[in-house]
Design a protein around this ligand. Structure first.
Ligand code: F6R
Length: 362
């Protein structure tokens, strides 16, 4: 049931404020985080290995920044198909975490089985609680996204980020890098996310206008720094899978190491840059693009737009958000740009060609 929406993807994007509020309800108890089962004792963990495919892999890449910055916990992230055949050494003190919406992705399941008897403990972050990956892990952490039908993952991504962020906060407190007071303050901010999602959804018209222009391009580049780098990767994946426009993402600092050669007026460059500690660095990369005639679509907040929006081709202005929570909010424009570009091109949004919702063969 599409509940009045044209596509399941549109419905699932729009559902995110509600779904996220439900997911938070399942994990938050007053000023504390309640994990299922025995929970996770982060004071005993020396390192994390996060493994997944596709969009779930980008959720893991984002989480690496959180675990390292908030909890000072070393994190290795890998694509399941690479991890399983590389058979890397799994050192004592390692907890392995497998992230999968379906819980049935063949490569992710194989990587999990490789870690059995090697990692101290196996966690999974799943949407389907009865899935193989959930059953075969020591502890399954449900993301509570509800059934996701659109082949392009949307609400599952934000709900994966949510659980991974809560884990990173738990790790930060357990390892003595965050006080319980600071956790309480951060959880208050997190409880405000569904409201910010609604405010961002209200700006859909500006995203649709930008997407219509972008839909005319053959190639699109996405740029971001810090946690906005994995969000750029996610934006590029969404765009290519449903609109069939060739899209690539780069860490902003990599621009001058090659991709800048592609810049001309036919290649829109989508710059994801909330006004955070890395903003000025990203803006200087953006100006290098503009100096070469590149058309920039800047996704930022009101402060960022006021500081750097001058002369930019398209500006999408999101609500201000704590920089630690920005990845969740900035997922929305990444999804909506792809969605509207695909609608403009007339592709089959919910069933893109050659793709399956659950990849149970390698
Ligand atoms: C992209 C997408 C895929 C999945 C990937 C992993 O929109 O949906 O990249 O994220 O196939 O699937 P799960 O999470 O079920 O393991």
């Amino acid at each position: 049931d599409k509940a009045g929406f044209k596509h399941f993807m549109a419905k699932e994007i729009a559902e995110q404020p509600t779904v996220l509020a439900d997911a938070l309800g399942a994990y938050l108890e007053g000023d504390t985080i309640r994990l299922p089962g025995q929970g996770v004792d982060f004071s005993r963990i020396e390192r994390l290995t996060l493994v997944a495919c596709g969009t779930a892999f980008y959720a893991c890449l984002t989480a690496k920044y959180w675990f390292e910055q908030l909890a000072r916990l070393p994190v290795e992230v890998d694509i399941a198909s690479e991890f399983r055949y590389r058979e890397p050494p799994v050192l004592p003190g390692t907890t392995a975490v497998f992230v999968s919406q379906s819980g049935e992705t063949a490569d992710t399941l194989a990587a999990l089985r490789f870690c059995k008897g090697r990692a101290d403990r196996i966690l999974s972050v799943v949407n389907v609680e009865t899935s193989s990956i959930a059953r075969e892990s020591d502890l399954a952490l449900p993301i509570h996204a509800g059934v996701e039908i659109g082949v392009a993952s949307t609400k599952a991504f934000t709900c994966q980020l949510n659980v991974l962020l809560l884990l990173a906060i738990e790790a930060a407190v357990a390892r003595g890098h965050m006080s319980v007071q600071d956790r309480a303050t951060l959880l208050t901010q997190i409880r405000g996310l569904p409201g910010l999602f609604n405010a961002a959804l209200d700006r859909d018209a500006s995203i649709e206008a930008a997407a219509q222009k972008i839909s005319e391009a053959r190639d699109v580049l996405f740029l971001g720094r810090g946690t906005m780098y994995p969000l750029a990767l996610e934006g590029a994946l969404k765009l290519k899978e449903i609109s069939y426009i060739h899209a690539e993402a780069y860490a902003s600092g990599e621009l001058k190491h090659g991709p800048i050669a592609l810049i001309d007026k036919t290649v829109p460059v989508i710059v994801m840059a909330p006004h955070d500690a890395l903003f000025d660095k990203t803006v200087s990369n953006m100006q290098e693009v503009m100096a070469r005639g590149g058309k920039v679509c800047l996704i930022t907040d009101a402060t960022g737009a006021a500081e750097a929006g001058e002369g930019v081709w398209q500006v999408i202005t999101l609500p201000e958000v704590d920089s630690r929570l920005a990845p969740l909010l900035y997922a929305l424009p990444a999804q909506l740009l792809a969605y509207h570009a695909a609608v403009a091109k007339g592709t089959d949004v919910d069933q893109p060609r050659n793709l399956a919702k659950s990849v149970t063969v390698e």
